[in-house]
Design a protein around this ligand. Structure first.
Ligand SMILES: Cc1cc2nc3c(=O)[nH]c(=O)nc-3n(C[C@H](O)[C@H](O)[C@H](O)COP(=O)(O)O)c2cc1C
Length: 233
């Protein structure tokens, strides 16, 4: 499978077969992840492979508890529901969204990969606020870098016949989950990847057209794509 085929084939899978994933496969995926580019070659990522059912169930419980949080429900209702409904083209339900973003994609996956990131906030602490105005930039650099590593992992998974779902919905319970995973201060938990063999493959999610996102020379000028059926979604 070449890279274009892997990109076309990749989709978020949220229901997995029970079949286990070998350590060899997982280490191959992580090897590809660590080859991603990173700002200043900081490689701000670390990974925790989660197989232990008791660790998984503690995390699931923490995520379920988050659903009862009133303020979070309000935020999801007011902010996320309209955003997601617009993207998928139908009205999503607040509880389904919290469950979907949180534990549903993880529950059936035989293995999870928790993705950690060095916390830029902690790196700035020794400077006592002197350089805080640059913190957002470094944060973006680190987040972009970790995102690149995750995408490498996802595409490598596809090329090995595995399937995955990138999740970050758990971040509303990040502190609780960090405790379960014994992640120290100064390290953020930014994603959990559900990994396994696909049991259900949903229809592909739609994409906006290229004309809606590609400009020529100025943001105000659409750059029309050359005529090709490849560019239509
Ligand atoms: C940063 C990030 C966080 C995500 N978090 C979740 C999540 O918590 N739960 C989930 O079910 N999907 C999650 N997704 C998957 C997206 O919903 C999915 O990529 C998107 O709907 C496009 O669908 P596709 O991956 O099948 O192409 C996340 C994706 C990204 C990039």
């Amino acid at each position: 499978m070449d890279l274009f085929e892997a990109i076309e084939a990749r989709q978020s899978i949220r229901k997995f077969k029970e079949d286990s994933v070998s350590d060899k496969d997982i280490f191959e995926l992580l090897d590809m992840a660590r080859k991603a580019p990173s700002a200043e070659n900081a490689q701000p990522w670390e990974f925790i492979v989660i197989r232990d059912p008791s660790v998984k169930s503690q995390i699931i419980e923490a995520l379920k508890a988050g659903i009862e949080d009133e303020e979070l429900s309000g935020f999801v209702q007011d902010f996320l529901v309209p955003m997601v409904s617009g993207a998928v083209g139908f009205q999503v339900n607040v509880q389904a969204l919290i469950k979907g973003a949180g534990y549903y994609p993880l529950v059936s996956a035989p293995v999870w990969v928790a993705v950690c990131m060095r916390d830029p906030k902690a790196l700035f602490e020794p400077f006592g606020g002197k350089y805080d105005r640059y913190r957002e930039i470094i944060s973006i650099w680190f987040i972009l870098s970790v995102g690149a590593a995750v995408e490498n992992l996802l595409l490598s998974a596809v090329s090995k016949g595995l399937a995955a779902c990138w999740t970050a919905g758990f971040m509303f319970a990040e502190e609780k989950i960090k405790k379960i995973l014994e992640i120290p201060e100064g390290i953020r938990l930014v994603s959990i990847i559900a990994l396994g063999y696909p049991a259900r493959t949903p229809p592909k999610t739609p994409r906006k057209e290229l004309e809606e996102m590609v400009y020529l020379d100025r943001y105000s000028r659409v750059y029309p794509a050359p005529q090709s059926s490849d560019y239509s979604s």
